[in-house]
Design a protein around this ligand. Structure first.
Ligand code: SF4
Length: 478
């Protein structure tokens, strides 16, 4: 058994990433014990628990709470891409037929219309276009989308709101950057994954550092406040030296934020991944070495480690939010999420309010048919119980702030942590013994070494995970 290691609790408000940048190495025993499949907790309950739900169902529905929101977030899913990346697990459509995107946009705008009478006229404080490849839309349709959304929702101008877009550097040009900035976008997220040519060939996504560097520079010139890169470790053909070389290039380009995701190879679930040569896949121990090397390289370069997979420069809004205890997590990962509710538009999009979640049909065909028929495309969701809300809050505290205060538990439940969550603490006992968690008289917190197993700590509080036996649907922790 590995030695138990307890780190001192950081002062309140100090991101844990600042405390110990070089935690003790992980042992093979720890990996064997904790690296299995586990939810990523972008929501609680996780979306695979959602039940069939129709807008026509009688009774109160989670979207009824939209009538009293004070602030709103919007997400629009644009599923189209020009070519297939073999690692992809997103809901996407590979096509060169632009007409598909244009009629899809008609449906998204019709769906937005469905919300007109159902949402309070509350300012949108965060808008995100994701995909797929949102910049698959031409500039005219990007304008049409934003004008249509502005007709239904209150989209304030100015940079106090966060308008972000996921962009594929292979298909983004200066003109579209001009358009996006003119439409109010101020945050750009570029999908990089890896700069190594061999890895790029193995995943069918070729993109040069020069392309990314030029876009980063051009975005900054136009006043984008934050440029973020998505990187992935665990890809075919990757090893520690190649990843470190990619990171050197990334650090030269100095993005404001970096998301470093673990590649979950699930070819039995995702058809695209069957195109990956499994002989090129790194071993679990190589993946761990890559993750440790990457987090060390990024924190040594001055980035703060946030949550389980994000890094940000200390002056970036996400890092400031983490320092002030305002970091949040939603379906796009870590975010500043000050809104009361999220309306998700498009195929597979998920929405939520204080009362629960609701999700649209996944396939474009089913989505389009539903919008055509009834103006919305909801097919499943979840009405939150009081117990769900408590666990949702607790899981997000752990995932975002790596701690939960005893006083907060007592304020919410009227009980001590040990009484309110006896079974959960028993499940966490091995993590405490392994030095991944510390339970003291002030709070329960995750140590730097425990950060790798944040999902396991959160999972102890997931009622539904422990009621059924379906963990293998989730990706592995490491
Ligand atoms: S990774 Fe992005 S660009 Fe590539 S196929 Fe998936 S959604 Fe499309």
């Amino acid at each position: 058994m590995a030695d138990a290691v307890a780190f001192p609790a950081p002062a309140p408000g100090v991101p844990v990433g600042l405390i110990d940048r070089h935690p003790p190495p992980l042992t093979t025993e720890l990996l064997a014990r904790y690296s299995g499949p586990c939810p990523r907790y972008t929501s609680y309950p996780t979306a695979d628990r959602f039940r069939e739900l129709r807008a026509s169902d009688p009774g109160t529905q989670p979207w009824d709470a939209l009538r009293s929101v004070k602030t709103l977030s919007l997400y629009v899913h644009i599923p189209f891409c020009r070519s297939l990346c073999y690692f992809c697990a997103c809901n996407k459509i590979i096509t060169n037929q632009y007409g598909l995107a244009s009629s899809y946009l008609d449906h998204v705008l019709r769906e937005a219309e469905w919300y007109r009478e159902r949402v309070a006229r509350a300012p949108v404080v965060q808008l995100h276009l994701g995909g797929g490849t949102p910049t698959f839309l031409n500039d005219g349709d990007l304008r049409r989308l934003m004008v249509g959304l502005g007709d239904v929702f209150d989209l304030p101008g100015g940079d106090q709101v966060e308008y972000s877009i996921e962009a594929d550097p292979r298909v983004l040009d200066r003109e579209t950057l001009d358009t996006l900035r003119a439409l109010g976008f101020n945050r750009l997220s570029l999908g990089i994954q890896d700069f190594n040519p061999g890895v790029q060939r193995a995943i069918n996504r070729i993109c040069s550092p020069e392309q990314v560097g030029t876009l980063t520079e051009e975005a900054r010139k136009r006043g984008f406040r934050s440029v973020s890169y998505d990187l992935i470790y665990g890809l075919p053909g990757q090893d520690v030296p190649s990843l470190e070389k990619t990171l050197d290039t990334v650090l030269d380009l100095a993005p404001d934020r970096i998301a470093l995701y673990h590649y979950a190879h699930l070819p039995e679930r995702f058809r695209a991944q069957r195109l990956i040569n499994s002989d090129l896949m790194p071993s679990p121990s190589q993946k761990i070495a890559m993750q440790l090397a990457a987090s060390r390289r990024l924190t040594d370069a001055g980035y703060l480690f946030l949550g389980m997979d994000h890094f940000a420069r200390p002056d970036d809004a996400l890092a400031r939010a983490a320092a002030e205890g305002r970091l949040a997590r939603n379906f796009q990962g870590y975010t500043l999420m000050p809104a009361d509710a999220l309306v998700g538009l498009g195929a597979s999009a998920i929405s939520y309010s204080r009362d629960g979640y609701w999700q649209n049909h996944h396939s474009n065909k089913a989505y389009a048919a539903a919008i055509h028929e009834r103006g919305e495309a909801i097919f499943r969701g979840w009405q939150l119980s009081d117990d769900d809300r408590l666990r949702q809050w607790l899981i997000m505290e752990l995932m975002c702030h790596l701690r939960v205060a005893r006083s907060d538990i007592e304020a919410r439940t009227g009980q001590r942590l040990e009484s309110a969550f006896a079974a959960e603490l028993a499940r966490l006992q091995p993590m405490v013994a392994d030095g991944l968690l510390v339970l003291n008289d002030r709070d329960l917190y995750v140590t730097e070494r425990g950060r790798w197993f944040l999902r396991n700590a959160a999972a102890a509080f997931d009622t539904y995970l422990h009621q059924t036996d379906q963990p293998s649907r989730y990706s592995r922790v490491l």
